[in-house]
Design a protein around this ligand. Structure first.
Ligand code: NAD
Length: 508
């Protein structure tokens, strides 16, 4: 790990604020990053003080004046080079993601691959920031719309995708001509420092102002500075619904824009027409992958009554084969939770399930012993519950899967939609009427609805995000780029008279 840290230029004490290679010492509190894998201290970071924060924002404002004038395809070329740098450092960065966050090495590397993919997507996008042209109702007039950059995009990210979420936002924002200021999760600061080190090399080589990419490390308070800051026209915030409500109110209070990517409570419907050998691995990966710490993790399974017992027995068998332990070991299926607070939240949820009358068919538990010294390892568990219980309505960020029975598809869809969140959903069925109903306007109310694949994980080509308490934001592919730009409608008169719209006459 020491060699990896050195390659990524992470020292035992790091600079938590930076707009460039010449990073300086933050004057805020010192944050220690401990690995949930083995409880070891990886490094320390100095958080940003208010004064540091203002310096970073000031540099971003200055950088925007230059960056917005660089032609979009040239900005795309800089992002292309960032993708190349990420390819170069993929193994090291992926390993650090895995060690600092606790996800499997495959997922850590996959997260960096997602960053590379979004770079490629953004490069193409840099030549496709299209506006429409319209026909004017007035003679010798032309109308069209164009998209201009917004300015500073504030990015607040969560611990569970410590680097990919930043790249989804920043790579698009950069080709759009914006500059970015990133406040990563205080639980994964070192991966953020590593990313900043990697891309600042590209900015420096191309003589791009370092303020194009700002980093401010700190906790909730630093995030609040961003959401209240009128110099930041767009705040993209990924995290809990509690955080999103607070950011949404603060940004809305100053009539700024927010892009919110918040919690999910994702369900899979298992119809009597499901291909179960296809469904079972999708369910298990969705529920226990990343130790249940994905916003798209499968939390509820809504199973047709005729196959309920069969599905339950198959799951019990599959859970019996799970290997829990060091996520850097490729034989392991389930790594740790992020910290001991997350373990406490898991235990409280388990208690609440029992108090409500739930039955565990795969028992929960906190793992102890030399292999689990960090105290962050828990047993993925499965419980029979009712959908309306408060604990089932709530997102617990841990590998707890709830089983719910249904009789008709309408009832299943009502159960699937009957939670405050609306991120990801899926149905397993080979019946085309069922799958089409599920995808129709009378079907799933989520931002993501899948057929015969699980809820977890998404490709960067689609717009990612969800409805209701998930916040309504969309990031990544499709036309999500529009959130990072402002639309301007232009009318040009190339004639010799001045006709007014709607035939109004005004003579002087
Ligand atoms: P969190 O809400 O505790 O923290 C997320 C980020 O918000 C951190 O950087 C934190 O410092 C900051 N923050 C917290 N309170 C704030 C406030 N009042 N103002 C400004 N910033 C504030 O979330 P977490 O525990 O890091 O991540 C897990 C949550 O994130 C889950 O709910 C998960 O579903 C969600 N998530 C959603 C998506 C998505 O795309 N929808 C993706 C990843 C994670």
């Amino acid at each position: 790990m020491q060699t990896i840290l050195e390659t990524l230029r992470i020292s035992s004490t790091n600079h938590g604020i930076s707009t460039g290679l010449a990073a300086w010492e933050g004057r805020g509190e010192e944050l220690s990053s401990f690995s949930p894998v083995d409880g070891q201290l990886i490094g320390k970071v100095h958080a940003a003080s208010r004064e540091d924060y203002d310096t970073v924002i000031g540099q971003a404002q200055e950088a925007f004046k230059t960056w917005r004038l660089v032609p979009a395809p040239k900005r795309g070329d800089i992002v292309r080079q960032m993708g190349e740098q990420l390819r170069k450092y993929k193994t090291e960065l992926g390993t650090l993601v895995s060690y600092e966050m606790g996800k499997s090495l495959q997922e850590g590397l996959g997260e960096v691959q997602e960053m590379i993919d979004i770079c490629d997507f953004a490069v193409g996008l840099s030549r496709q920031l299209y506006g429409l042209t319209m026909h004017s109702e007035r003679p010798s007039h032309r109308m069209y719309e164009q998209w201009h950059p917004l300015g500073i995009v504030g990015i607040i990210s969560a611990f569970n995708f410590p680097v990919a979420v930043w790249s989804w936002n920043s790579m698009l924002a950069w080709v759009c001509g914006d500059v970015c200021v990133w406040k990563p999760s205080e639980k994964t600061p070192l991966t953020a420092v590593a990313c900043q080190n990697i891309i600042q090399e590209v900015l420096k080589t191309n003589d791009v102002p370092e303020g194009v990419s700002g980093l401010i490390i700190g906790g909730r308070e630093v995030g609040e500075w961003l959401s209240h800051d009128e110099r930041v026209p767009l705040v993209s915030a990924t995290g809990s619904t509690r955080m999103g409500k607070s950011v949404g109110q603060a940004v809305g209070g100053r009539l700024g824009r927010s892009l919110l990517e918040l919690g999910g409570n994702n369900a899979i419907i298992i119809s009597q027409h499901a291909d179960l050998p296809l469904a079972i691995p999708a369910i298990v990966f969705g529920a226990v992958g990343t130790a249940g710490q994905r916003c798209t993790s499968t939390r509820r399974l809504i199973i047709h009554e005729s196959i309920y017992e069969d599905v339950k027995q198959r799951l019990v068998k599959a859970y019996g084969q799970l290997r829990i332990g060091n996520p850097l070991d490729s034989n392991i299926h389930v790594g740790p939770l992020i910290d001991t607070l997350a373990v406490k939240n898991y235990q409280s949820a388990v208690d609440e399930v029992r108090i409500a009358g739930g039955t565990f068919v795969v028992e929960p538990g906190v793992l102890t012993g030399a292999d689990f010294a960090s105290g962050c390892y828990v047993q993925p568990c499965v419980a029979e519950v009712e959908n309306h219980w408060p604990i089932v309505q709530h997102e617990t960020f841990a590998p707890i899967l709830y089983l719910i029975k249904y009789s008709t598809l309408d009832e299943a869809i009502a159960l699937q939609n009957g939670v405050p969140q609306g991120l990801s959903s899926a149905i397993f069925t080979l019946n085309v009427r069922e799958s089409e109903l599920f995808l129709s306007q009378a079907g799933s109310d989520c931002g993501i609805a899948n057929v015969n694949i699980g809820t977890s994980g998404a490709e960067i080509g689609g717009a990612f995000g969800g409805e209701k308490e998930t916040g309504g934001g969309r990031e990544s592919g499709s036309d999500a780029w529009r959130a990072y730009m402002r639309r301007q409608t232009n009318t040009i008169n190339y004639g010799t008279t001045l006709p007014l719209a709607q035939g109004i006459k005004f003579e002087i």
